[in-house]
Design a protein around this ligand. Structure first.
Ligand code: HEC
Ligand SMILES: [Cu+2]
Length: 378
């Protein structure tokens, strides 16, 4: 240990007396200089604040979820109840916080005055205040909150009774994407769930690997996807629209890029979508796309992906039968455009590092053919 280079290189501690000499307090005539330095420092802080404030506000807005994934913009009766509870909690917490701050300020102004305002110096009254604010009120509030959240609201948002819903959708979590099946049909999709509006849908949530959590905050409460278990949650949208969801249980490196969209459509539009999603892929017409299909079937692509109606029947990655009809690629990571699709096939690891789809070392020509083919999969 004494031989270690790090220890040998270390400086000897300076004797205490020498340190004392370094820290002589400034002479009185130095004071204005210190004041100048302090003023400059304060000015710099003010400047930085002026510049940082818009950024801080923007971050706050982003984090507060004022987008398509907000718990305070509910679109189902269940999430409405959840957001009402949230507003109550925010209101009560605000009263408690402001009350505590007010008492602190009052205590500071009255720091020379003995006793409590109005109540005076009586020992038993002071003790009563401690019991009331320290035990009585907290217990009442916390018990009420527990009852509302964990007894009443849990019941209100519990999974739908078996066979009480109009339809069931199976959602399977994968590192890092969502597999979606419509039982009773051959429709299989990924990262985009279509549902009819104003319809109770039973989502059966399972996982192919680690624990994930299915969460579409505007439509339903969270439901964990646990290995070896089948969990269920009611999915209901009271308005047509596209609702963003996100995996809500840390599940590995690309957890943050595990998003999904729920598209709530009027009945007719949904039925049309389901019919087309259940159909096998049509054979491509153009020579470029046909070359892409051959490439897909002969190369590694078909060892991981399914395209219904072809020889590609593997299930390691998402089903690509109707890839071109989806709005995003790689679980909401990039928009589904030909350019982004080409970038993904060329180098998925650059877009989603650590992902289960490897870089395959394709040439520009091969990528263009594959894109031409995949774009026909409507
Ligand atoms: C080793 C297995 C594997 C191979 C080989 C593979 N993929 Fe993938 N692919 C995946 C996985 C896993 C994903 C899901 C990535 C994610 O979102 O995290 C994926 C995603 C995709 C997506 C996005 C799908 C969506 O719905 O967002 C496309 C497109 C795709 N792959 C095309 C291809 C093509 C084309 C090839 C052949 C050049 C190929 N893949 C080869 C495993 C593979
Ligand atoms: Cu996840």
């Amino acid at each position: 240990m004494a031989d270690c280079a790090w220890v040998r290189g270390a400086r000897q501690p300076t004797p205490l007396t020498a340190q004392r000499v370094d820290h002589v307090p400034p002479e009185p005539r130095d004071r204005p200089r210190f004041r100048r330095i302090a003023a400059v420092a304060a000015g710099a802080t003010r400047l930085r604040w002026r510049r940082a404030l818009p950024a801080a506000v923007a971050c706050g807005l982003l984090l507060s979820g004022c987008g398509k994934q907000s718990i305070v913009a509910p679109r189902s009766p269940e999430t409405h109840q959840i957001s009402v509870l949230w507003w109550w909690m925010l209101g009560i917490a605000t009263v408690v916080f402001l009350g505590a701050v007010a008492m602190l300020i009052m205590a500071w102004f009255r720091r020379e005055v003995p006793g409590l305002p109005i109540l005076g110096e009586r020992e038993d009254v002071a003790e009563g205040m401690v019991l009331l604010f320290g035990i009585g009120i907290p217990i009442t509030v916390l018990v009420a909150l527990f009852a509302v959240a964990n007894v009443w609201l849990i019941g209100k948002t519990s999974p739908p009774a078996q066979a009480s819903t109009a339809m069931t959708i199976d959602v399977i979590g994968h590192q890092w994407w969502w597999e979606v099946h419509y039982p009773g049909t051959s429709a299989v999709t990924a990262n985009e769930i279509h549902v009819p509006v104003n319809t109770r849908v039973n989502v059966v949530a399972t996982t192919a690997d680690v624990i994930h959590s299915f969460w579409v905050p505007q439509l339903a409460r969270k439901i964990d996807m646990i290995p070896g278990r089948e969990n269920r949650v009611l999915l209901y949208a009271s308005r047509p629209g596209t609702y963003r969801g996100q995996c809500a249980e840390f599940c590995g490196f690309q957890h943050a890029n595990m998003a999904l969209y729920v598209v709530a459509q009027p009945q007719d539009a949904f039925r049309a979508w389901l019919a087309s999603a259940s159909a096998p892929a049509r054979a491509p017409a153009s020579p470029q796309a046909q070359a892409g299909e051959r490439q897909f079937m002969s190369d590694q692509c078909s060892s991981c992906h399914t395209i219904a109606g072809t020889s590609a029947q593997a299930t390691v990655g998402p089903d690509l039968t109707h890839l071109a009809s989806r709005s995003t690629l790689a679980a909401g990571t990039i928009p589904n455009t030909p350019a982004e699709l080409a970038a993904w096939i060329a180098n998925p690891q650059a877009i989603k590092p650590g992902d289960r789809m490897p870089d395959l070392g394709l040439t520009r020509g091969q990528i263009d053919q594959l894109v031409a083919y995949l774009e026909t999969l409507r």
